[in-house]
Design a binder for this molecule. Structure first.
Ligand SMILES: Nc1nc2c(ncn2[C@@H]2O[C@H](COP(=O)(O)OP(=O)(O)OP(=O)(O)O)[C@@H](O)[C@H]2O)c(=O)[nH]1
Ligand SMILES: [Mg+2]
Length: 284
């Protein structure tokens, strides 16, 4: 166990960090009964000490019950947070980020439940962060990346959104809407999570935008994205609209409203004090 003594101004806090808590994969779910057990099994089959946190929004199809039935099989490694209703992907991840920071995880992953993201790629994202990136993005649109089985209109929408985002924001990320990501905990601690504005595709763009604006290195890792085989998509027109307007809003805020200072975490609102630790004591 490591004990961190954190200090800001006159406030001191002591935090116990469990060294086993290194890698947490957050999977948000809404009606994923066809996928949930297999995706959880697939992560644990990797045997790479990943822990898994499911954030389920009261799925009427009983997704949460399936997760609970796996508790004993993956005791101490599988966790579930249940929310009352469908509150959106972005707020699900923010809930998960706060949970992860509170526990002390070092590397925090975002992954869909529907096998569009291949759990075998988690390790490559981890290595990119381990080797110095603040954020590792599983990218469809760099050399070596690909999309399989998506209809042409979906590819056009996704590529169009990426190009649009890059032109408006100048952010040097080729797949800004990607939802297969690894964050170092320092990045999530540095972001004022309460200041994140969006919930759908725009949420994914904003998290990368905030990380970039705060000076963290973003590394894209090529992945092959596959269309879901089972269950239904939660994509809708509202998500697209939020993306189109959201990107403009981000650019506007960064030009005129000092976005950087709004999104920078200045006090303890991500569950604990986030200033650099002054003393780190090692026990064990
Ligand atoms: N907790 C929670 N999870 C959600 C919500 N909306 C979507 N999800 C989950 O977020 C992940 C991505 O959603 P998808 O429906 O696959 O969205 P997408 O990948 O953009 O769309 P498709 O490519 O059509 O599948 C899946 O694991 C969903 O179950 C939500 O409101 N709350
Ligand atoms: Mg999907």
């Amino acid at each position: 166990m490591i004990i961190e003594i954190l200090h800001t101004n006159s406030i001191f806090a002591i935090k116990y960090i469990d060294k086993d808590l290194e890698k947490l994969v957050i999977i948000p779910t809404f009606n994923e009964k066809e996928n949930i057990a297999s995706i959880i099994d697939a992560v644990f089959l990797l045997n790479q000490q990943f822990h898994v946190l499911i954030i389920d929004d009261g799925s009427p199809d009983g997704t949460a019950t399936i997760v609970k039935s796996l508790y004993s099989k993956y005791s101490g490694q599988l966790f579930l947070e249940e929310r009352k209703g469908k509150l959106g992907l972005g707020t699900a991840y923010i809930h998960g980020f706060r949970w992860a920071l509170q526990k002390g995880y070092q590397f925090i992953f975002e992954m869909d439940a529907d096998f569009s993201h291949n759990p075998n790629d988690l390790q490559r994202l981890y290595e990119a962060c381990k080797n110095g990136a603040g954020v590792a993005v599983g990218s469809r649109y760099i050399k070596g990346g690909a999309v399989e089985n998506w209809p042409a209109n979906r590819i056009a929408l996704s590529k169009g959104a990426s190009l649009y985002t890059r032109i408006i924001t100048w952010m040097p990320v080729k797949d800004p809407t990607a939802g297969f990501v690894c964050y170092r905990k320092e990045v999530l601690e540095a972001i004022n999570l309460s200041g994140i504005n969006f919930v759908g595709y725009a949420f994914q763009i904003e998290m990368k935008f905030a990380s970039w604006k705060l000076g963290f290195k973003i590394k894209e890792v090529p992945i092959t994205f596959k269309d879901r085989k089972l269950g239904d998509s939660k994509m809708n027109k509202g998500i697209i609209k939020e993306g189109v307007l959201g990107v403009l809003k981000l650019r506007w805020m960064s030009l005129f409203k000092n976005y950087r200072s709004n999104v920078k975490n200045t006090y303890s609102n991500n569950t604990h004090n986030v200033e650099q630790p002054e003393i780190v004591l090692e026990s064990k």
